[in-house]
Design a protein around this ligand. Structure first.
Ligand SMILES: C[S@@+](CC[C@H](N)C(=O)[O-])C[C@H]1O[C@@H](n2cnc3c(N)ncnc32)[C@H](O)[C@@H]1O
Length: 217
C-alpha cells in the first residue's frame, strides 16, 4: 500500500482497539445517546420491513441492542478488538440475541445481498476523502439487499460552519469531516441506490444527519 493510501486511511486511528477507549464510549451522555437512538428509530421507519440487518460499525453495541429489541435479526461488526469484546458483553448483559464479529467495513466478509438492510452510524464523518467513502458505500450496498441507513455530518449546521471557519483561520482542522447530502447521493447513485429520506433531530441546527437509501428497482 502506498504512503498516500495509508494516509487517506488515517481514520483508522479511531478504531477501538483499547478497552479503555471502548469502555469510555459506553459512557456517552445519556441525553445524547437517547437522541441518537431515537434518530435511528425514526430512520428505520423508512427502511421497509427489514428482517436482517448489519450494524457496521457496531462499536460497543448500543445500536445493535436497539435493533435486536426492535425485532431485527442483527449482526454487528467492528474492526476494533476491544469494541467487539465489549459489544459481546453488552449484548449478553442486555439479554438480547445478536451476532458480533470482527470485520473491516471496507471489505465486509458477507455474500451479496446477505442482509435486508445495513446501518452505518457515526463513522462516515471520520472518512478523510471520497476514495474511502466510495469503498465503504460500495461494501455496504453490496451486502444490503434493499436499504442502507447511514449517518453523516451536515456541512450547514452552526457547528460545522464554526469548525470550517476555525480551520480557515489557521487553527488545526477538525478530524470530523462534514459532507453534503448531494455528494453522498452521487456515491450511492453509482451503486444503484437512491435516497428515500434524510432526517436530523433539528434539520438546520444539528450536525448529525441520517440518510436512508434504497436499492433501485
Ligand atoms: C464512533 S464509533 C460508532 C460505533 C457505533 N455505530 C455507535 O454509534 O455506537 C466508530 C466505530 O467504528 C469502528 N471502526 C473504525 N474503522 C472501522 C473499519 N474500517 N471497519 C470496522 N469498524 C471500524 C471503531 O472501532 C469504532 O468502534
Amino acid at each position: 500500500m502506498t504512503a498516500d493510501i495509508e494516509n487517506a486511511r488515517n481514520y483508522r486511528g479511531r478504531i477501538k482497539n483499547s478497552l479503555s477507549a471502548a469502555e469510555s464510549y459506553t459512557r456517552r451522555k445519556q441525553r445524547k445517546h437517547d437522541a441518537e437512538m431515537a434518530l435511528i428509530r425514526r430512520a428505520l421507519k423508512y427502511a421497509g420491513n427489514a428482517g436482517t440487518i448489519l450494524d457496521a460499525p457496531c462499536g460497543t453495541g448500543r445500536a445493535t441492542i436497539l435493533l435486536a429489541r426492535l425485532g431485527y435479526e442483527v449482526t454487528g461488526v467492528d474492526l476494533g478488538d476491544a469494541a467487539v469484546t465489549v459489544a459481546r458483553r453488552k449484548v449478553s448483559e442486555a439479554g438480547v440475541s445478536a451476532n458480533i464479529e470482527r470485520a473491516d467495513i471496507e471489505a465486509l466478509p458477507y455474500a451479496e445481498n446477505a442482509f435486508d438492510a445495513t446501518l452505518c452510524f457515526r463513522l462516515y464523518h471520520h472518512f478523510p476523502d471520497d476514495w474511502v467513502r466510495k469503498r465503504v458505500i460500495r461494501a455496504l450496498c453490496r451486502v444490503s439487499g434493499s436499504y442502507v441507513v447511514i449517518s453523516y455530518f451536515s456541512p450547514f449546521s452552526p457547528t460545522s460552519i464554526r469548525r470550517k471557519l476555525r480551520a480557515k483561520l489557521g487553527n488545526k482542522p477538525s478530524r470530523q469531516v462534514a459532507t453534503s447530502l448531494t455528494s453522498m447521493r452521487k456515491l450511492f447513485d453509482e451503486q444503484g441506490f437512491h435516497l428515500v429520506k434524510n432526517i436530523a433531530q433539528r434539520r438546520f441546527l444539528n450536525t448529525l444527519h441520517v440518510a436512508v437509501f434504497k436499492a433501485d428497482g
